[in-house]
Design a protein. Sequence first.
Length: 183
Amino acid sequence: MNFRIASRLSAALGTAALLTLAGCATPAMGPTASADLLPTTGNAVTGNAVTGNVQFVQLGTMVRVNGTIKGLKPNAEHGFHIHEKGDCSSGDGMSAGGHFNPNAGVHGHAGEPGVHAGDLPSLHADATGTATFSVELRGVTVGSGPTDVVGRGLIVHAMPDDFVTQPTGNSGGRLACAVIVKR
């Protein structure tokens, strides 16, 4: 075999092997879901215009949650949770029920052992009132099992989550509500 051909073949096989190994290190993308947040109308927040889109992607044993939410108070922090019911029919978002908690945990920081499955990190709005985020969660699934987020509510709250007050984090009124839908 010609040396030049053998070198190219060897390089091509090495590249293919690296790409195969790199693919194994990344969990396969599983089921996906999304939530289109709309402003609530029945709370004390005048002129509420909070909207956004949030994506949920199953990645092995974790779920990546990412999205953009607009209309928030600029330079402020807002509580953000998955709620037990996929019902946004009440004007104030209360029809979504409490935090999604299939394992009877306590309220706390997402990712800590023993907390609600619906506990998410707080949203941090920039100077324009926009929060863009991406987080990977354990303890929830997309599309199957008792920790499935599909059909649940997603709520943006008016105030920061203190991650201590039980069972809600004292994060105030509900500014936006969505139902998480499988895609």
